[in-house]
Design a protein around this ligand. Structure first.
Ligand code: NAP
Length: 249
């Protein structure tokens, strides 16, 4: 018996990084996984094959999480193909960091659409089948930056803080239907997104703020998502779980 046997999970933005680790972790625990991406066709195909080889049903969907219509179509297709949606991890995200003085309207809008509106887009679609089933888990990928803020990351921080307010509201709205909604707030996790920060002085400055003395791995976040998605997290909703090596203390 595995923790997610026969569950159907959607993970947005899973061709690389944290999303990929979540998709693999869920599949290892018996979940059938539908996942999205926007540009990495080869990586998406490779992940689909990897998940299928684990003995579960898996499918990659090219779908922009920031686009409402794309999300509507995606969830309809997943329901047709997989039969239900038990877990939705709203992981897709980008950063377009810049000092506010230099930030363009387009940079702001892109980050808001892909990081924050995406969470509305997907959640709005998955709650209907979850309400019918009287069962569901939604996990939204926030960030420690959404809690603390950071110079040069005002759009990213605002989008990730917005996710927290949304998560707490949805938890209150849908708790009575047995739908749990939580946010995960990663610290510095080694992925493509943080590649440019990994070396030199910036890395040293970050590292000094991390009591555990290391950057996080995508698997650290995937383990947390597994805990929240499985019955082990059954009495947890409306929470923000920081997974940051203590960077927030
Ligand atoms: P990443 O390595 O840059 O990967 C981003 C993933 O999202 C890719 O699979 C990408 O697909 C997909 N994606 C991008 N835009 C999308 C869109 N519009 N619709 C659907 N998918 C899209 O990022 P990551 O570091 O794994 O981050 C994952 C999440 O964790 C993000 O929400 C991020 O803000 C959050 N987070 C990360 C860190 C960190 O330190 N890395 C810290 C806190 C929070 P393609 O490959 O097709 O481009």
């Amino acid at each position: 018996m595995k923790l997610l046997d026969n569950k159907v999970a959607i993970v947005t933005g899973a061709s690389r990084g944290i999303g990929e680790a979540i998709a693999v972790k869920f599949a290892e625990q018996g979940a059938n996984v539908a996942f999205t991406y926007v540009s990495s066709d080869e990586k998406a195909k490779a992940l689909e094959d990897k998940l299928t080889a684990l003995g579960v049903k898996a499918k990659a969907y090219k779908s922009n999480a920031g686009n409402f219509q794309d999300c509507e179509t995606l969830v309809a297709e997943v329901l047709k193909e997989f039969g239900s949606v038990d877990i939705c991890v709203n992981n897709a995200g980008i950063s377009k960091d810049n000092l506010l003085l230099r930030m363009s309207e387009d940079q702001w809008d892109d980050v808001m659409d892909i990081n924050l509106k995406s969470v509305f887009n997907m959640t709005k679609q998955v709650i209907r089948p979850m309400m019918k089933a009287k069962n569901g888990v939604i996990i939204n990928m926030s960030s420690i930056i959404g809690i603390k803020g950071n110079a040069g990351q005002s759009s990213y921080a605002a989008s990730k803080a917005g996710i927290i307010g949304f998560t707490k509201s949805v938890a209150q709205e849908l708790g009575s239907r047995n739908i749990r909604c939580n946010a995960v707030a990663p610290g510095f996790i080694e992925t493509d997104m943080t590649n440019y920060l990994k070396e030199g002085e910036t890395a040293k400055t970050y590292m000094e703020k991390i009591p555990l003395g290391r950057f996080g791995t995508p698997e650290d976040i995937a383990n947390t998502c597994l805990f929240l998605a499985s019955d082990m997290g059954n009495y947890i909703t409306g929470q923000v779980l920081s997974v940051c090596g203590g960077m927030n203390v």
